[in-house]
Design a protein around this ligand. Structure first.
Ligand SMILES: NC(=O)c1ccc[n+]([C@@H]2O[C@H](COP(=O)([O-])OP(=O)(O)OC[C@H]3O[C@@H](n4cnc5c(N)ncnc54)[C@H](O)[C@@H]3O)[C@@H](O)[C@H]2O)c1
Length: 256
């Protein structure tokens, strides 16, 4: 019987938002496995990396088509797409008042839906269509534990922060996109799965950390490298019969 292993050597991976907090972590993990990583991000990388960087906006289909041309003209097959970019609202950095539902800005609504949902849909459409021609590929969408449950606003209370409505909407929407894509391209052997990660510790305010830890059976937030194993698994043939799944990795938060 053929031995199946992780083996991501020379696999071509596109990751959106690959210069951000989680994206740079995932990119490094893939580079360590000798994959070829192509980052699409509107921001420049903070430090030097072996990944190729496209400074581009995922909400702009024309820009994505130009990136596709890069792959096509060099006959580079895309093996894996990771839809990771989203507008996030870390509690310590965002102001509370204008994020309340009662006064939520429609500008933020449009922007959040555009980057996090439309951007993931456009990348799936543009790059996924190309991947489907090769009859093999893996698309991984990054949802959140807040794609499964609603935010518990009590944990932000001390800072006056409110997790905005858009975060719930886009993270639940990503799950719909995942199931749709898995079903739509199943016959083309394109697998599509989502991960629903819990919050990652990133020096947040101590009262927030104390509050969130109480909601998590493992009693702590995730370390920034704790999703690498799951992502690498979903990229590889080790997960060849998994598609349309939403894999929750949240220290148990959504079980209680
Ligand atoms: N950090 C967490 O605790 C956590 C927990 C669960 C899920 N997530 C999810 O993980 C993903 C990454 O989160 P993060 O914490 O790394 O956020 P981040 O803000 O550090 O990174 C997001 C990246 O996306 C890029 N980006 C934003 N708009 C873009 C656009 N229009 N075109 C291209 N790139 C764009 C940003 O420049 C940034 O580099 C998000 O989908 C987030 O919802 C994060």
């Amino acid at each position: 019987m053929k031995k199946i292993s992780l083996n991501l050597k020379n696999k071509n991976v596109i990751i959106t938002g690959g210069n951000g907090f989680l994206g740079s972590q995932i990119s490094e993990a893939l580079i360590n496995e000798k994959a070829k990583v192509y980052i699409i991000d509107i921001k420049n990388p903070k430090k030097r990396t072996l990944a190729k960087h496209f400074k581009s906006d995922i909400t702009n289909e024309e820009e994505l088509k130009k990136i596709l041309k890069f792959f096509k003209s060099r006959k580079i097959k895309i093996d894996i797409l990771i839809n990771n970019a989203a507008i996030d609202y870390p509690p310590s950095k965002s102001k509370g008042n204008n994020l309340k539902l009662e006064s939520f800005s429609n500008y933020f609504w449009d922007k959040d839906i555009s980057v996090s949902l439309k951007g993931s849909y456009l990348c799936t459409k543009v790059f996924g269509s190309y991947m489907s021609k090769f009859k093999k590929g893996s698309i991984i969408n990054i949802s959140s534990d807040l794609g499964i449950i609603a935010p518990d606003q009590r944990i932000y209370k001390k800072s006056g922060f409110v997790k905005p409505v858009t975060y719930s909407v886009v993270k639940h929407g990503i799950i719909g996109l995942t199931k749709y894509t898995a079903s739509y391209w199943g016959k083309k052997n394109i697998r599509c799965n989502a991960i629903a990660p819990g919050g990652i510790y990133n020096k947040q305010d101590s009262s927030f950390v104390k509050n969130i830890n109480k909601l998590i059976p493992l009693g702590r937030m995730a370390k920034k490298n704790e999703y690498n194993g799951l992502i690498l698994f979903l990229c590889s043939d080790l997960s060849s019969y998994i598609t349309g799944s939403i894999i929750v990795a949240d220290g148990g938060r959504t079980t209680i």
